[in-house]
Design a protein around this ligand. Structure first.
Ligand code: 3HC
Ligand code: NAI
Length: 699
């Protein structure tokens, strides 16, 4: 077996190579290997050592799979201390991903050489952690400016190698081969007095100016954290580097790391890390190669078609947009241009970048112009008759092998596919609004979708930087389907006595980006109204939305009309109570003979979140979603569910399915029982004292 850490002698310099694909994580054998090989280098009389990573990348951090398991010695803090204490100069060849424990390893070295493309950072907060191998203590001792350290640690955002060199994190910016340059540097070091190069020995002093920087940073970090605890704790540890001697600072960092590691937030965030990667993989029964996609056709230049076209043009695809009229094309392209102009204003894109994107767009009203497209995505009105007509026309013009996708939110894709002579080429590609920004893409595998068509959709998702989740056909697929019982409970809670603002506040306090009533106002209350009218709802179901329907009938359509469940300031869009909504709600309650009561935030959270997970369990039971963790990805990436809660299914696992099931059973037997349909899967798992995570694993 090849060793994951081995030494190559280049003259008098020992190059200690780390070879632990795919990202050179610091697994136990790597930590052991670094210590062993460095000792070997010293014992063999090497003049200096270089630590380098195979595959053009240094080290992407600790091995996340080892978290939560018993630590196998040596731990990373100890390895870093050993590196720093090495009696010969040690140079880090910082290239590729140098993240987390990887950067901490580099900071323990005496010198760092990097290149402009390297990605250097401490992303631990994204896992609900903070650097746990003295990163919060060595980084500020290495940088000229405390702001950089506190920003890197609390945001988790990596910086480029170029910036790392500018701010003093790296000693040299290589324009050629980083490892060769690191060896050259090692060869040139003639002074073995490394005291000044050992960051743990650098003294920092807290001054009133630095204290003021931290005070301001803490306020900003708390604002941005939105309930996540790690960013502030990480920043506090950086502050401690200025306030405490090194050893004390390290102790504080270690204690905080050990406190965060088993916590709910870190477990949820680590769950999300693996869930996202798992979701992108093709289903186990799918094989073959993705088809090549260069040219994309988009039907409909409305809200969704425009956003989808922006996504593909931004990713470098040629895009042909088809609409019913030149006016509709003018309108659609106008909105896209305006969105890009905002991007120029904010500095996100350049004028030349926008010009390039516009040049990739072709407009047409003729289906013949779609004949050379490799992928065609339909985003026209949500009516089966219109979709069928469009797919019939597409079937007539699309070239053989073209992938035909629909962005339908709810409709039966098998029925749409059956309209063509090639149902195996048809699938759903369900984007979320605004499609150029929202990362989620539900890929809906219809009954006859060919394997290579599904693989093509997964491949273009990657190229367009979308997070794909594979679903099966079913009303509303995964995300929208689950929204119905969630919104049902939110509206019931209002009928029972909570105000829309109380419901929204309980849920934003829980961590949701927006509450359900603010979201409904944003989307437009007329959308739900129309969809309810198109469906054959039961009387029970209709009753729940009486207030929402009356608001629409009274002209309160949400943000677009200046009022809905809330009133909106025309200038600032600030929300306030809408007295008309309050009267309508009170009127409806009294008509329905409801005795209102005060409702706690806890009940609001439980009823809505358990309803969401219960429907998720139905979705799983029916095979519409493959894994509970896929549902978590859908809600994180498409609906503003708090990432640090890990998604609706992970959340109920955290609560305990026994508790969740007994609450659902209680509600099902209570007055509102008609609104509950307990999932067999959830109830069975609760009976067996199991979790959704265990169910996923057993599959
Ligand atoms: N530990 C274990 N596995 C890891 C890993 C890590 N640190 N980083 C990535 N992987 C695995 C992924 O799970 C994936 O496995 P799979 O193929 O079985 O699904 C595989 O490596 C490839 O990962 P990606 O698909 O994400 O590859 P990309 O090339 O898109 O991205 C990356 C590479 C930027 C390194 C990205 O994987 C990443 O951000 N990794 C996490 C980095 C991180 O958070 N580091 C800090 C860890 S915590 C720490 O160091 C604590 C310390 O302070 C004590
Ligand atoms: P929209 O009304 O904003 O745009 C639809 C566009 O399609 C219009 O510009 C219209 O002129 C055009 N169109 C209609 N029939 C056409 C035809 N036969 N040929 C060419 N163009 C035609 O609608 P929106 O919101 O963009 O929705 C489009 C689809 O995306 C629907 O299926 C919808 O359910 C789905 N969707 C909508 C989301 C949203 O938040 N708006 C989210 C996800 C999916």
């Amino acid at each position: 077996m090849t060793k994951s850490v081995s030494t190559e002698m280049r003259g008098d310099v020992a190059v200690v190579w780390i070879d632990n694909p795919p990202v050179n994580a610091l697994s136990h054998h790597v930590r052991e290997g670094i210590v062993r090989e460095l000792k070997g280098a010293v014992d063999s009389g090497a003049k200096a050592a270089v630590i380098a990573g195979r595959g053009g990348t240094f080290i992407a951090g600790a091995d996340i799979r080892e978290f939560g398991k018993p630590l196998q010695e040596p731990g990373l803090p100890e390895v870093c201390d050993i590196i720093e204490a090495t009696t010969i100069p040690v140079v880090a060849a910082v290239e590729g991903n140098t993240l987390g424990g990887g950067l901490e390893t580099a900071l323990a070295c005496h010198y760092r050489v990097t290149n402009a493309r390297a990605k250097v950072g401490l992303p631990e907060v994204a896992l609900g952690l903070l650097p746990g191998a003295a990163g919060t203590q060595r980084l500020p001792r290495c940088l000229k400016n405390p702001v950089e350290a506190v920003t890197m640690v609390s945001s988790g955002r990596p910086i480029s190698g170029e910036k790392a060199a500018q701010i003093g994190l790296a000693d040299q910016l290589s324009k050629g081969n980083v490892v060769d340059d690191a060896v050259d540097m090692a060869n040139g070091i003639n002074d073995n007095d490394l005291t000044g190069r050992r960051l743990s020995k650098v003294e920092l002093e807290m001054t009133p100016e630095i204290a003021a920087i931290f005070d301001a940073a803490m306020v900003e970090i708390a604002k941005k954290a939105k309930g996540a605890i790690a960013p502030l704790k990480a920043a506090e540890c950086v502050r401690a580097a200025y306030e405490l001697p090194y050893a004390e600072g390290v102790k504080k960092e270690r204690a905080t790391f050990m406190e965060l590691l088993p916590g709910d937030q870190s477990r949820a965030l680590r769950h999300m890390f693996f869930a996202e990667r798992q979701a992108q993989k093709p289903p186990a029964d799918v094989s073959g190669e993705a088809r090549e996609v260069k040219k994309v056709g988009i039907l409909g230049a409305g809200t969704m078609g425009g956003g989808i076209a922006m996504t593909y043009a931004e990713a470098g695809f040629d895009v042909t947009m088809l609409e019913m009229s030149e006016e509709a094309l003018d309108r659609g392209l106008g909105v896209m241009e305006k969105n890009w102009a905002r991007g120029i204003k904010s500095g996100r894109i350049t004028e030349a970048g926008v010009a390039e994107r516009m040049a990739r767009l072709t407009r047409t009203t003729s289906y013949d112009d779609l004949a050379d497209c490799d992928l065609i995505i339909e985003a026209v009105f949500e009516t089966m008759a219109v979709k069928k007509e469009v797919f019939g026309k597409l079937d007539a013009v699309a070239k053989p092998g073209a992938v035909l996708a629909t962005n339908t939110s709810y409709l039966d894709i098998n029925e749409i596919a059956a309209q063509t002579s090639r149902p195996h080429d048809v699938l759903g590609m369900h984007y979320f609004s605004p499609a150029n920004i929202m990362p989620l893409l539900e890929i809906v595998r219809a009954d006859k979708t060919a394997d290579d068509v599904l693989l093509t959709a997964l491949a273009v998702a990657r190229k367009t930087r979308k997070t794909a989740v594979v679903a099966r056909v079913g009303h509303g697929f995964i995300g929208n389907r689950m929204l119905t019982p969630y919104l049902r409970q939110a509206n019931l809670l209002v009928l029972e006595g909570a105000s829309p603002a109380e419901v929204d506040k309980a849920l934003t306090d829980f961590g949701w980006a927006m509450g359900p009533f603010a979201v409904s106002d944003l989307a437009g209350l007329d959308i739900g109204y129309k969809s309810r009218q198109d469906q054959d709802l039961s009387q029970h179901e209709q009753r729940i939305y009486t207030a929402a329907d009356r608001l629409v009938e009274a002209g309160h359509l949400g943000q677009k009309s200046g009022s809905g469940f809330y009133k909106y300031d025309p200038q600032t869009r600030a929300r306030s109570e809408n007295p008309d909504a309050t009267s309508i709600i009170e009127e409806v309650r009294s008509e329905l003979g409801i005795n209102t009561r005060s409702i706690t935030a806890e009940e609001i959270v439980e009823r809505t979140q358990f309803a969401l997970a219960n429907e998720g369990a139905h979705v799983l039971g029916e095979g519409v979603a493959q894994r509970a963790s896929d549902i978590d990805v859908v809600y994180n990436h498409g609906y503003g569910y708090p990432r640090w809660r890990g998604g609706p299914m992970h959340y109920v696992d955290t609560v305990g399915l026994k508790t969740v099931a007994s609450k659902i059973a209680e509600w099902t037997e209570g007055a509102g029982g008609v609104h509950w349909e307990p999932s067999d899967l959830l109830m069975e798992l609760a009976d067996q004292d199991k979790s959704f995570a265990e169910w996923d694993k057993a599959k």
